[in-house]
Ligand binder design. Structure first.
Ligand code: NDP
Length: 330
């Protein structure tokens, strides 16, 4: 099998030399295991954290070992009754073309219900993050004005659309560049801000003259500071990620306006999607229904071939994707 290993830990922005391709011989699956041929794998910003040795919520990748991540593949050989060759399964052994996986660590998926990539995006981890983060962590209510950053990405594009479909008063998104801003308007955002064109704080103040009630933070830094300044009394912030800091080599400055949390009685709450598995059924019913009816749209950026996965990952970190970043292996 061909595997991508962590060759060295990046300092700052990752480089191609941090990754290595290694050919390995796969054993036959032992009792309770299946052999899977990966068709599509996920690239996610949290993988940048796992490339570092620093303690975080996700275990660091081991140096010189194969990397991990979400993937969907086809069962080639099975030792259990519950899975047969030809079944498709979702599992955590991406960054390789074939994997031996414990059958109790995979979830069967149906390619007739949704394309395989959807199980890694709109109907998968990023989708649940958007759904639970907006509705439960940020406690979204009908009539709220919502601001979401990295809004043209996998999570952000769904946050904005779920808010609109759930009756937001106004949905504002930020992204880098004119094409992404146009994409947000096409998705039904009321306002879209290009953070590369002008300071985000000024743009947000102009786009939200009546303030915002919810901020879904994917970026941190200046975006978080802008959101706090625009926030209404009793506003709520779901802290999902802070991608503007992931490649930082020095401690980054805090938002300078945190004191506003006091007067505005702002709630700011961090989240991990793994805490929200209990919402999966609601999420699949509601978001799956919107996908079927065409009311919610999702975009994917698909890169072909495992050999191109490291470059695609670097591209994800610098905004080369619109919607979910995927690598197709088959
Ligand atoms: P995206 O599809 O949004 O891809 C990342 C995007 O981040 C890029 O496309 C780029 O878009 C943007 N970006 C990169 N650098 C910067 C920067 N310096 N300032 C502003 N934007 C930047 O990824 P996901 O949807 O998978 O993830 C979005 C966020 O959600 C991340 O912070 C991630 O860590 C977090 N997350 C958290 C989870 C949790 O459980 N807490 C679960 C899943 C995701 P652009 O071109 O607009 O700059």
């Amino acid at each position: 099998a061909l595997e991508v290993h962590l060759a060295s830990r990046p300092k700052g922005v990752p480089r191609l030399e941090n990754f290595a391709f290694v050919e390995t011989a796969l054993p036959a699956p032992a009792a309770g295991e299946v052999l899977v041929r990966n068709h599509v794998m996920s690239l996610d910003p949290y993988m940048r954290g796992r490339m570092s040795a620093a303690k975080s919520y996700a275990e660091p990748y081991a140096l010189g070992e194969v990397m991990h991540g979400g993937a969907v593949g086809e069962v080639l050989e099975s030792t259990v009754d519950s899975l047969v060759p030809g079944d498709f399964v979702l599992h955590g052994f991406g960054w390789r073309d074939h994997a031996i996986v414990r059958a109790d660590a995979v979830a069967k998926v149906d390619p007739a219900v949704a394309p395989l990539g959807a199980y890694l995006g709109v109907l998968g981890m990023p989708g649940l993050t958007a759904y639970a983060g907006l509705l439960d962590v940020a406690e979204f209510r009908t009539g709220d004005t919502v601001f979401v950053s990295a809004a043209a990405g996998a999570v952000g594009s769904l946050v904005g659309q779920i808010a609109r479909l759930r009756g937001a008063k106004r949905v504002i998104g930020s992204a880098g560049g004119p094409e992404k801003v146009q994409h947000l308007l096409d998705l039904g955002f009321d306002a879209a801000l290009d953070y590369k064109a002008a300071p985000i704080g000024e743009q947000l103040a102009a786009a939200a003259p009546d303030g915002i009630d919810v901020y879904f933070d994917n970026v941190g830094g200046d975006h978080l500071e802008a959101a706090i300044s625009a926030m209404n009394v009793h506003g709520r912030i779901a802290v999902c990620g802070m991608i503007s800091l992931y490649n930082a080599t020095e401690p980054t400055p805090a938002p300078r306006n945190l004191m506003q949390l006091v007067g505005k009685r702002i709630t700011m709450r961090g989240m991990l999607v793994s805490d929200h598995a209990g919402r999966r059924a609601d999420f699949i019913r509601e978001v799956g229904g919107w996908v079927r009816s065409g009311e919610l749209r999702y975009t994917e950026t698909v890169v072909e071939g495992l050999r191109n996965a490291p470059e695609a990952f670097l591209s994800l970190l610098s905004g080369g994707n619109t919607g979910k970043m995927l690598v197709r292996l088959v």
